[in-house]
Design a protein around this ligand. Structure first.
Ligand code: COA
Length: 391
């Protein structure tokens, strides 16, 4: 089998999905995606769009402006018709599934150069937009247990996650994101895009909008659960509604060497796991276990983790059950902050966590041999992928 390496990864700023306050509120998701693709080609002039074998693009909600955004977005961006595209839907892990599809195609020798992307605009295409649940699904599950916030409450109860520990996780997620932003770490991956401030003033958006510099445990302690009377999951311990896109340039190692391109991570395998949709946040426990067992590794062998923080309850349940960590701040988990601070544009995040993992392993964790990126997914579909330092 061939080896698949990461040549580069970029992303848009993650912005509020809000019709009046979102900094990219008047930019369509296909346009955000196009900016990200353009940046990838501008940063890698040895690769032309027509050299790409295919594009895999993950989106959780493929409706409205996101209907076949993989194809329509590529064509609208002016990219070559000859390049095939494939829209991938696996709810939140969609961008990771897209990356794995591309990596596996490279390893199988089907092509040498692929783009793997993820995009979600939760303002123009809100969660559950146009969804029509199969009636028989509702015979099987209680409809009240299906919404994501309800699943987070159930996970907190099932895994006995304390409210204070969740608040602490949200606090540190923001602190780390502030530190990463202010020290310029995200400049390696964020593509600036013109947007507008809340008052309508135009500006180049080059930072994530949700990160809270003024985060306080005292304020967090006052928040009530919007999901359940007397519940423990709050706005602070939930990933906020967000818009964003990310993309990776993946290549066979042979081709990268032939083009004289540098790389430092290769795809070392992935695993998906299904679980009870009413506790979907626990899914990475099963996906990561499967992945590590297959590779003959344990969680101690993993130098860096990027675990999408859909909710603090599920993230803590995963980290504790896998024996990775107990409480924030974590040394080697979400080193530059997680989705509680950065936001979680559903189909984007699976690709975004790999973009960030690549950068963290290139800079702050140069000696780590392995990194794992993982996400839970709506309706009980988790994914995990393993990335290995190339010698
Ligand atoms: C939880 C949720 C409903 C909150 O939405 P919202 O009420 O519009 O959130 P807001 O940003 O207005 O925050 C509500 C309050 O909490 C406060 N808050 C939020 N995060 C905070 C933090 N980290 N620290 C302190 N306060 C915080 C806000 O300041 C606001 O307070 P205010 O009313 O005094 O201004 C929404 O973010 C959500 O649905 N998230 C989950 C999305 C999801 O399911 N994704 C898929 C995951 S699988």
């Amino acid at each position: 089998m061939k080896e698949c390496v990461i040549i580069d990864g970029v992303r848009s700023p993650n912005v509020r999905a809000h019709a009046e306050k979102g900094w990219l509120r008047n930019v369509r998701p296909d346009e955000i995606l196009t900016k990200v693709y353009e940046a990838l080609f501008a940063r890698n002039p040895k690769v032309k769009p027509e050299d790409v074998e295919a594009v895999f693009c993950g989106t959780a909600n493929q409706a409205g402006m996101q209907n076949d955004i993989a194809r329509l977005g590529w064509l609208a961006g002016g990219f070559p018709e000859s390049v095939a595209t494939n829209g991938i839907c696996q709810q939140c892990p969609s961008g990771m599934a897209a990356t794995e599809h591309a990596a596996r195609a490279i390893m199988c020798g089907e092509g040498d150069i692929y783009i793997a992307a993820g995009v979600e605009d939760m303002q123009h295409v809100p969660m559950a937009f146009a969804i029509d649940f199969p009636p028989r699904l509702l015979n099987r599950y209680n409809i009240a247990d299906i919404p994501m916030g309800s699943t987070a409450e159930k996970v907190a109860e099932m895994y006995k996650i304390d409210r204070k520990d969740m608040d602490l996780m949200a606090y540190w997620s923001n602190k780390k994101a502030v530190e990463a932003r202010d020290s310029g770490k995200f400049k390696k991956e964020i593509v600036p895009i013109e947007g507008e401030k809340e008052d309508g003033t135009k500006f180049m958006v080059d930072v994530d909008q949700w990160i809270r510099g003024d985060v306080s445990l005292e304020k967090m302690a006052t928040l009530q659960s919007p999901f359940k009377p007397g519940g423990v999951v709050t706005a602070a311990t939930s990933s906020p509604l967000t818009t964003g896109a990310a993309a990776l340039l993946l290549m066979s190692r042979d081709k990268a060497d032939a083009l004289g391109l540098s790389y430092h991570l290769k795809y070392a395998g992935g695993a998906m796991a299904g679980n009870d949709p009413t506790v979907m946040g626990a899914g990475p426990i099963f996906a990561v276990k499967k992945l590590l067992e297959r590779k003959g590794l344990t969680s101690k062998d993993i130098g860096v983790w990027e675990l999408n923080e859909a909710f603090a309850s599920q993230a803590l349940a995963v980290l504790r059950t896998l024996g990775v960590a107990q409480n924030a701040p974590f040394e080697n988990v979400n080193v530059w902050g997680g989705a509680l601070a950065l936001g979680h544009p559903l189909g984007e995040s699976g690709c975004r966590v790999i973009v960030t993992l690549n950068n963290v392993m290139k800079t702050d964790f140069k000696d780590a041999k392995y990194g794992v990126a993982t996400l839970c997914g709506g309706f009980g579909n988790a994914n995990a992928s393993l990335w290995e330092k190339v010698k």
